[in-house]
Design a protein around this ligand. Structure first.
Ligand code: GDP
Length: 309
């Protein structure tokens, strides 16, 4: 299956959670064989009832035979290191801007990080249904912001889509009556975002960029498989930040499916997965095949401790 890895970036409340939920629903509608998503949306509805709208750190959507991994990005400047690490894992970003509020401080902060990482942004002017939404003004503000932040020629050619996450509608044009269900966003991601390295024959290389927990296995590293593949029970080597080596056995591998994690036997190059087996796994370490120790470049870590889910 082909993979696309994107980060979703926005100022707080500009509609990330709502939009991702609608994209999930749309992918489910598209492929009715995805029984997993029923469960996903159920658990999410429960969250909704409780009034919690927290987007999972990573979500995956299966659409037209593509796996689209969507990473949530903290908007706050205190998480600069985490944002940079997320940008390192993805090949493009979905930038959401509220059509009423326009560009806000966190829009600027996260877009700056994405542009610095040389990523191609797809712009979604969101909440176009809002009374007094000013689509033209918002688009102009976004162009100005790109120029101000020094976007390169390629980045300046960003595609613009128009959406109401609330209504589950999106369009290639601003005209409201041309809006259809969410396919324009999913199709644009598939078309515009480059595919990651999917060379599963090469030797295994993985780098945790985030840390996650579950009650069953404890601490896990969330990261991208840069090359090769990995299976549960494989012996691998961890190259620690100080250069020392530690061999360990892969205990569990989890892939995102909707808003949930599912256990998989094997995971392949290009995918973003959670790996358990090393109780004190740290952000920025390299996990590789035993005897093939080639450290990936160090990741930027500027927080005192990594976030806890
Ligand atoms: P997040 O903080 O970016 O994840 O934003 P949420 O998805 O939680 O949305 C923040 C608020 O905006 C909620 O009250 C949503 O119901 C509302 N909202 C989200 N999308 C839209 C939209 O397209 N139109 C309108 N009018 N409201 C929206």
């Amino acid at each position: 299956m082909d993979i696309r890895n994107i980060a979703i970036i926005a100022h707080v409340d500009h509609g990330k959670t709502t939009l991702v939920n609608q994209l999930l629903k749309e992918s489910e509608r598209y492929d009715e064989h995805q029984q997993m998503n029923d469960r996903v949306l159920d658990s999410n509805d429960i969250e909704r009832e409780r009034g919690i709208t927290i987007l999972a750190k990573n979500t995956a959507i299966i659409y037209k035979n593509y796996r689209i991994n969507i990473l949530d990005t903290p908007g706050h400047a205190d998480f600069g290191g985490e944002v940079e690490r997320i940008m390192h894992m993805v090949d493009g970003v979905l930038l959401l801007v509220d059509a009423f509020e326009g560009v806000m401080p966190q829009t600027r902060f996260v877009l700056k990080k994405a542009l610095e990482a040389k990523l191609l942004p797809i712009v979604v002017v969101n909440k176009v249904d809002r009374q007094f939404a000013d689509i033209d003004k918002t688009v102009n503000e976004i162009y100005d912001l790109f120029i101000d932040l020094g976007a390169d020629e390629h980045q300046l050619e960003f595609p613009v889509l128009y959406a109401s996450g609330l209504q589950g509608l999106a369009s290639y044009v601003p005209t409201l009556n041309e809006h259809i269900r969410m396919e324009p966003i999913l199709d644009t991601i598939i078309k515009e975002i480059p595919q990651p390295n999917q060379d599963s024959e090469a030797s295994f290389l993985f780098q945790p960029a985030l840390v996650d927990y579950n009650d069953y296995v404890g601490r896990m590293g969330i990261g991208k498989i840069y090359s090769g593949s990995v299976s549960a029970n494989d012996m691998v080597t961890c190259i620690r930040m100080d250069g020392s080596l530690l061999d360990f056995r892969i205990q569990k591998i989890y892939q995102s499916m909707g808003l949930e994690k599912i256990e998989v036997e094997t995971a392949y190059s290009g995918d973003i997965v959670s790996i358990a087996g090393l109780p004190d796994i740290h952000v920025g370490e390299t996990i590789c095949e035993v005897g093939k120790t080639e450290a990936l470049p160090h990741l930027h870590i500027d927080e005192p401790t990594v976030q806890i889910t």
